[in-house]
Design a protein around this ligand. Structure first.
Ligand SMILES: *Cc1c(COP(=O)(O)O)cnc(C)c1O
Length: 428
């Protein structure tokens, strides 16, 4: 065994690179299972029914959904495509929630015909469309209404403002409009209005943001009951739980954030004497981020006037987050784990964009051509945001556990990328 070589799930990454090529998304299956089990076990309360939904936009494929299913979590999807994967994975449809601010007629129809459990309705026009689709299909479906509580969490800070211009949901200041939507939905026998949903941000480090969200929503629910006789049975508080990316990140322990949320819910339910009986959360990132890494092969290195570049065989096509929102990552040379980090370098991809930089200024051992570079915590919003920019095929995804590896998504080949091309006459 080579002590300088990183292992994940008992498998040497050199072996993975040889067998599966690079760039490669590697998931430590045990870590995903641990997070799923933690959320499931910690988000439990005596006072309220609870449900944890995995937000599948963070990363979805059949193998992952199999784990989510096994651990008894529910699922949220935001498009017909994500819903289709859930169906392919044989996910119990009554445990699927459909989000999104602009669902199409076809998507709603598809969801109802699949027997989906819940539609999270975004706006007044969607209410009308759902009523139309539900009448036609005759399927029974639950509905939550997405509201905007005006609490916004941006990583370490949260603010309570009357932020009225989010594209998601309806502001809780528009009570009459919301009451009207609830009445529209409730008028249809096969639509069952359950309550409200909100999602206040992502990579949230401060549990008080959730406290502010819950307090705001409970007051709103109480007022709606007093003014419009609307009874709220369920609240879905969204996701946003932070993950660890770099040494600067100190995520709130799950036990702490779960108990803070549940305690606040029970207290506020008591305070307003609400008939509320169920709370939900929907973590995405925090379940898969830390379990995933991306393995690259180092190609050329280049010294410029002020920088030393280390080029890798992927980049913004497999991970857009650094370019899109300056996301920070940590990395290692996976075949030089015990060597001194003596050089400050910038890790750049191979795409034709100057912004295609994965990490700016990071200390690494002296990098050589054909070394392996591992980027940590890429499990969320990495593969799911990957593209074919510059016609780079999307990487393969491999799950490792107990010294065994299995490919769960194949690498996209050149042929795959050309497969959709054709020259067909359009009949007009
Ligand atoms: C994205 C999203 C989530 C998950 O957010 P994370 O930050 O990945 O936990 C949950 N709910 C809704 C409605 C979302 O849009």
């Amino acid at each position: 065994m080579n002590k300088n070589m990183l292992e994940i799930g008992g498998v040497s990454v050199e072996q993975l690179a040889k067998s599966c090529q690079t760039p490669l998304y590697i998931y430590d299956e045990e870590k995903i299972s641990t997070k799923l089990a933690q959320f499931h076990d910690l988000f439990q309360s005596d006072a309220l029914e609870t449900e944890v939904l995995y937000a599948s936009k963070a990363f979805t494929c059949k193998a992952l959904l199999e784990l989510v299913k096994q651990h008894g979590l529910s699922l949220d999807v935001v498009s017909g495509g994500e819903l289709y994967v859930a169906k392919q994975a044989d996910f119990p449809m009554e445990r699927v929630y459909f989000h999104g601010n602009n669902k199409s007629y076809e998507e709603l129809q598809m969801a109802l015909s699949y027997g989906i459990g819940t539609i999270v309705v975004d706006n007044a026009m969607e209410c009308e469309l759902l009523v139309q689709v539900a009448k036609q299909s005759g399927h029974s479906v639950k509905a939550l209404l997405r509201v905007n509580p005006g609490v916004e969490a941006h990583t370490h800070k949260y603010i309570v403002t009357a932020h009225l211009d989010s594209k998601f949901g309806t502001s809780i200041t528009h009570k009459e409009e919301i009451a009207h939507m609830v009445q529209t939905l409730s008028a249809i026998p096969n639509i069952h209005f359950e309550g409200f949903h909100s999602h206040i941000g992502s990579q949230i480090f401060d549990a008080n943001a959730y406290v502010a969200e819950i307090q705001t929503l409970m007051k709103f629910v109480y007022e709606l009951q007093e003014e419009y006789q609307i009874q709220t049975k369920a609240l879905n508080l969204g996701g946003g739980f932070a993950a660890y990316y770099t040494a600067e990140d100190k995520p709130i322990p799950l036990s702490e954030v779960c108990s803070t949320i549940l305690d606040t819910c029970s207290m506020e339910k008591e305070r307003y004497q609400l008939p509320l009986c169920k709370v939900m959360i929907e973590p995405g990132r925090s379940i898969v981020a830390e379990a995933g890494s991306t393995l690259y092969r180092v190609g050329f290195t280049k010294q410029t006037a002020n920088k030393k570049y280390v080029f890798v065989d992927g980049g913004m096509s497999d991970n857009i987050r650094p370019a899109l929102y300056q996301a920070a990552y940590a990395c290692d040379l996976a075949n030089r784990m015990n060597e001194e980090k003596c050089e400050k370098v910038t890790i750049a991809g191979k795409c034709c964009e100057s912004g295609d930089i994965l990490i700016e200024d990071v200390m690494l051992p002296h990098a050589q051509r054909n070394d392996l570079l591992i980027l940590y915590t890429t499990g969320a919003y990495g593969y799911s945001m990957a593209s074919n920019y510059n016609r780079l095929g999307r990487p393969a995804v491999v799950f490792v556990k107990n010294g065994k590896a299995r490919i769960v998504v194949k690498r996209e080949s050149y042929e795959d990328m050309c497969m959709m091309e054709c020259d067909e006459l359009v009949h007009i």
